[in-house]
Every structure is written in C-alpha cells, then in structure tokens.
Design a protein around this ligand. Structure first.
Ligand SMILES: NC(=O)c1ccc[n+]([C@@H]2O[C@H](COP(=O)([O-])OP(=O)(O)OC[C@H]3O[C@@H](n4cnc5c(N)ncnc54)[C@H](OP(=O)(O)O)[C@@H]3O)[C@@H](O)[C@H]2O)c1
Length: 330
C-alpha cells in the first residue's frame, strides 16, 4: 500500500459551536512503537467530541488535537513491534483522538477485528461505546445476570449499547429517555422504557425493589434520585454530568443501604488499562455480536467534510443511536 504524505482532516479551528469544525490538510501520522496506522473508512461521532470542540474536554497529553475517538477501516501500516495485525486487515479501534481524518494511529492493542458479517460503518460505531459500557457496567459496576440495571439516556449511543450488553448478560434492563420515539427504540432493544417527561424513574424502580446498578450520564437532579432508586447494596456509576456535577445528597443512605458510588472517564486511562478492556471485549462482547445480541443503532451518516452538521445534529439531541462520518471508502 503506497501511503500519501498528506490527508484531509477536520480541525477544531477555535473552541466554539459546530461551525468551528473545519476541513484542513495535515500530515499522515506515522505509527510509533506498538502502533498501527488505519486508513479510515468511517469514524464514529460521540458526545465527548462535542465537549472537546466546545473547549470543555481537553485531549490528553500526547494525543492528536483532532477530534474523533473511534473508527473502522483497514490497517495501512505497522509500527515497530506490532504483531497480530497485517496491512489490509479490516479493523475497528478506540483512538486517543484524531478519528476525523483519512488516517489515524493507535496502539495495536486498542484495535479489534471487524466482527464477521458486519460492515465497516457499523463497526466504526462499536469501540467508544463498547469500551465505555463494558468497563463501567461490568469491570467497575459488577453487573450480573438477574440484576436490575437502569441506564439513563437510553436512546443515546452509550444507552443503546448498554441496554443490549446488559440484556445479553442476563440483566433486567430499565432505560430512561425523553420522548415516545426514543422510548420505543429502548423497548425494541429489550428495555423497560421510562419516559422521564411522564413518569418518575424512582417510582418505577422502587416498585421493582430498586436498581442493583445505575449507569448515569445526567447527574444534577438525578444524583439524589438515583440514590432513592437504588436497591440495598446497589451501585451507581457516573460517566458524565450533562445536567451538572453538583448536588446535595444524604450520605447516610450510602452507609445505611451499603451503596457504592463510582465513575470513570475512558480517555485519560493508561494504554494498559484500555488494552485490558479490549481483551475483555474480544472475549466477552464480540461473541455477543456474533450471536446477534448486539448491533449498533445508527441514526445518521455525514461525509467527513460535514462534521459540523453531524455535531449540530448531536446537539439537538433528536438523534437515536450513533452518528457516523463517512470517508467515502466503505
Ligand atoms: N465517561 C466516559 O468515558 C464517556 C465515554 C463516552 C461517552 N460519555 C458520555 O456519555 C454520554 C452519552 O454519550 P453519547 O455519545 O452516547 O451521547 P448522545 O448520543 O448524544 O447521548 C446523550 C443523551 O443524553 C440524554 N440527556 C439527558 N439529559 C440531557 C441533558 N441535560 N442534555 C443533553 N442530553 C441529555 C439525551 O437523551 P434524552 O432526550 O432522552 O434526554 C441524549 O440522547 C455523554 O454525556 C458523553 O459525554 C462518557
């Protein structure tokens, strides 16, 4: 494969609204020790990309300043010390950044094979949500078969993945969402949907004996309500605070009902930690995909050069599932 020296990428020209995303010409990155270079066919769009664009979520040291945390495509080159991948392999990968571009590098251990029978567009939607959901609901949250699991933002990219993985693990799944259409999408994936504009998730979960695990991206007024909705020994994992990170809560409940409150962001974690998540995904989640229990829900697709429109769509919150950028190589 002959590699070009330059590529088209989408830059954050200055912190701001979707319009600050601008096409630019950049050097094709060179894979370092243990890294692969990917010729990107599709890149997933995630809410953290919008936060980064707005100046609220910095790229970690050493990561590309370009947005984009996941992609699918073909291996275009191997850095020194890489084994297990060959040039031309179909691959999807968690990226430290740089996915809104024709080429990106990542540690080889953060790449996974495109699941058999899956197209590259769907595969591009897997890494960010699968790494986030698996590490938070299983590795951190300890979700087990038979438990009651509540996910907020059930129709989001994260939510639609969380519902399916939790169901495949044998959990009973509850999901909140903000419209009848979004609730229908959650129901179709096997969740008991709660339209938070019409019903109180605390009442619904309490009537069922409480949630064993809550995955929360809302925070704010949900924090105290989550505590009420948890069963004794319940766990709550925060992955975002869309409504804000502050709340007044009664910590006596944490003690008296033996609750666990935790949370994580994926991006700043070590390469070794991400490699361990990838290993578990390959072992536990890729078989769920092969068995037809997990598939990305795709809302819409935009050409790379229309990344600004993709962000504008995400920020309407009208979307259900994932938004994807198409590099025209599918
Ligand atoms: N910790 C991590 O490592 C990590 C990794 C990836 C993503 N995340 C976070 O996880 C969340 C979901 O990511 P995503 O890419 O799946 O995003 P997304 O598809 O845009 O989902 C966000 C969802 O949150 C719901 N929501 C509830 N309250 C909201 C509010 N006050 N403002 C905006 N939306 C609100 C919206 O649905 P309704 O209409 O139903 O309210 C929307 O569907 C994001 O907050 C993201 O930053 C965290």
């Amino acid at each position: 494969m002959t590699l070009p020296l330059q590529m088209t990428a989408i830059e954050i020209s200055t912190p701001g609204g979707p319009e600050v995303l601008r096409p630019a010409t950049r050097a094709v990155p060179v894979p370092g020790q243990g890294e692969i270079l990917i010729e990107i066919a599709y890149a997933g769009v995630n809410r953290p990309d919008a936060l980064q664009r707005a100046g609220a979520y910095k790229a970690p040291p050493g990561a590309s300043d370009l947005p984009g945390l996941e992609c699918a495509g073909r291996v275009a080159a191997l850095g020194p010390g890489v084994s297990g991948w060959a040039v031309g392999d179909a691959v999807c990968a968690l990226l430290p950044g740089g996915g809104y571009a024709e080429y990106a590098t990542c540690p080889a251990a953060h790449a996974l094979p495109v699941p058999e029978g899956m197209d590259l567009k769907s595969a591009a939607c897997l890494p960010e949500t699968c790494f986030t959901v698996w590490s938070n609901i299983v590795m951190r949250g300890g979700l087990k078969a038979g438990e009651k699991f509540l996910v907020h933002g059930g129709s989001s990219g994260i939510g639609t993945t969380a519902i399916q993985i939790a169901r495949a693990l044998g959990a009973r799944v509850f999901a909140t969402a903000g419209s009848a259409e979004k609730c229908a999408a959650c129901t179709a994936l096997g969740a008991t949907a709660i339209n938070y504009r019409e019903a109180d998730f605390v009442d619904v979960l309490r009537a069922e004996g409480g949630a064993d695990l809550i995955l929360d991206m809302v925070g704010g007024s949900y924090i105290a309500r989550n505590i009420k909705a948890l069963a004794d020994d319940g766990r709550m994992v925060f992955i975002a605070f869309l409504e804000g990170p502050k709340a007044e809560i009664n910590f006596a409940q944490v003690m008296l009902r033996r609750l666990t409150i935790t949370g994580a962001t994926l991006r700043p974690q070590s390469d070794a930690a991400k490699a361990e998540i990838a290993r578990q995904l390959r072992e536990r989640v890729w078989p769920m995909i092969a068995a037809g229990k997990l598939r990305p829900i795709i809302d819409s697709t935009y050409p790379l050069t229309e990344a600004a429109a993709a962000h504008a769509r995400m920020e309407t919150s009208a979307h259900i599932g994932k938004i994807v950028l198409d590099l025209g190589r599918g």
